[in-house]
Ligand binder design. Structure first.
Ligand SMILES: Nc1nc2c([nH]c(=O)n2[C@H]2C[C@H](O)[C@@H](COP(=O)(O)OP(=O)(O)OP(=O)(O)O)O2)c(=O)[nH]1
Length: 132
């Protein structure tokens, strides 16, 4: 099976995380963490900074690795490294996504996450977010 390696940004502010809705392709309409594929010769951190600039016109600082998801979609295997990130500069302008939301812990299951994201969403709920 084909494998792809992806990095994703968990941008957290005031106890909420930033979720985006895919605007095109096979998973259109599903909710995810912004990010994308690592290119050859690129580190995971560099790929994530590049993707967030492209998708959200924002510079992020990559903080800690929260979790690496390994998930089998019918067409490919996904390895997805999910990092907590903070904003250095920018307003999170959507250039590719359909919509975005800042989700607090109590609302985190109110969007339709992509299947591979459920695992990391549960980790965030249990270990990284508090009721405020
Ligand atoms: N960025 C991101 N991708 C995710 C998440 N969950 C998940 O299953 N994916 C999948 C969707 C895509 O198949 C892949 C990400 O690759 P990508 O963003 O480069 O998407 P794509 O295939 O539409 O890209 P492209 O080659 O058309 O530019 O990972 C997530 O939380 N964030």
């Amino acid at each position: 099976m084909k494998s792809i390696e992806v990095v994703a940004a968990i941008i957290k502010k005031n106890g909420r995380i930033f979720a985006t809705q895919r605007g095109y392709g096979e998973f259109k309409g599903g909710w995810e963490f912004p990010g994308g594929k690592i290119e050859s010769g690129e580190s995971a951190e560099d790929a994530l900074v590049r993707e967030i600039k492209e998708e959200l016109e924002t510079e992020v600082k990559v903080e800690e690795l929260v979790h690496t998801v390994e998930y089998d979609y019918p067409q490919f295997h996904l390895t997805m490294h999910c990092y907590l990130c903070t904003i250095v500069e920018g307003e999170l302008t959507l250039t590719e996504h359909e919509a975005s939301r800042w989700l607090a812990k109590a609302e985190i299951n109110s969007v339709d996450w992509l299947p591979a994201d459920i695992e990391v969403v549960n980790i965030l709920k249990n270990q990284y977010l508090n009721y405020e």
